[in-house]
Design a protein around this ligand. Structure first.
Ligand code: HEC
Length: 110
C-alpha cells in the first residue's frame, strides 16, 4: 500500500487522468448480482464513484463501454461478462428522473 496518494485528477493540466487506487470497496455500492465483478473490472482504470454518479439506460451504458474500448484501450469484455456488468449497471444506476434521483452517494451532502 502506498503511503502517499497523488490525485492528479485535480491537478489542473492533467491531460490523461491517472486514477489512484482508492479506498473504495464493492460494499460501498448498492448490492446486486454482478456488483463485485463490475467493481473490480471498472476500478482497474478509475474509481467507481465515477460510475455510480451516472444514471443511464442500458443502451447508454453500452455506449460508454464502447467509448472506453475505442478511446481508452479498455479490453472488450467477453459477452457473458458484458451481460453481467450491464445487468448490474442497468439495474443499479438507471437514468434519473425527478421522482427517482438514483443512488445518492453517502459521500456527498445533499
Ligand atoms: C481501460 C480503462 C478503463 C476501464 C477498464 C473502464 N473505464 Fe471508464 N473510463 C476510462 C477513462 C480513461 C475515462 C475518462 C476519465 C475522465 O474523463 O476523467 C472513463 C470514464 C468513464 C465514465 C465517465 C464518462 C463521462 O462521460 O464522464 C463512466 C461512466 C465510465 N468510465 C464507466 C465505466 C464502467 C461502468 C466501467 C466498468 C464496466 C469502466 N468505466 C471501465 C477508462 C476505463
Amino acid at each position: 500500500m502506498l503511503a502517499v496518494v497523488l490525485f492528479s485528477l485535480n491537478g489542473g493540466s492533467a491531460q490523461t487522468p491517472r486514477f489512484t487506487p482508492s479506498d473504495e470497496k464493492p460494499e460501498d455500492f448498492p448490492a446486486g448480482p454482478g456488483r463485485d465483478d463490475t467493481f473490480y473490472f471498472c476500478t482497474a482504470c478509475h474509481n467507481f464513484k465515477l460510475v455510480a454518479q451516472q444514471g443511464m439506460t442500458r443502451r447508454q451504458w453500452e455506449e460508454s463501454l464502447q467509448w472506453m474500448t475505442d478511446k481508452h484501450n479498455m479490453p472488450p469484455l467477453p459477452p457473458k461478462d458484458r451481460d453481467i456488468v450491464l445487468n448490474y449497471l442497468e439495474a443499479t444506476f438507471p437514468p434519473r428522473t425527478p421522482a427517482n434521483r438514483g443512488w445518492q452517494s453517502p459521500f456527498q451532502p445533499r
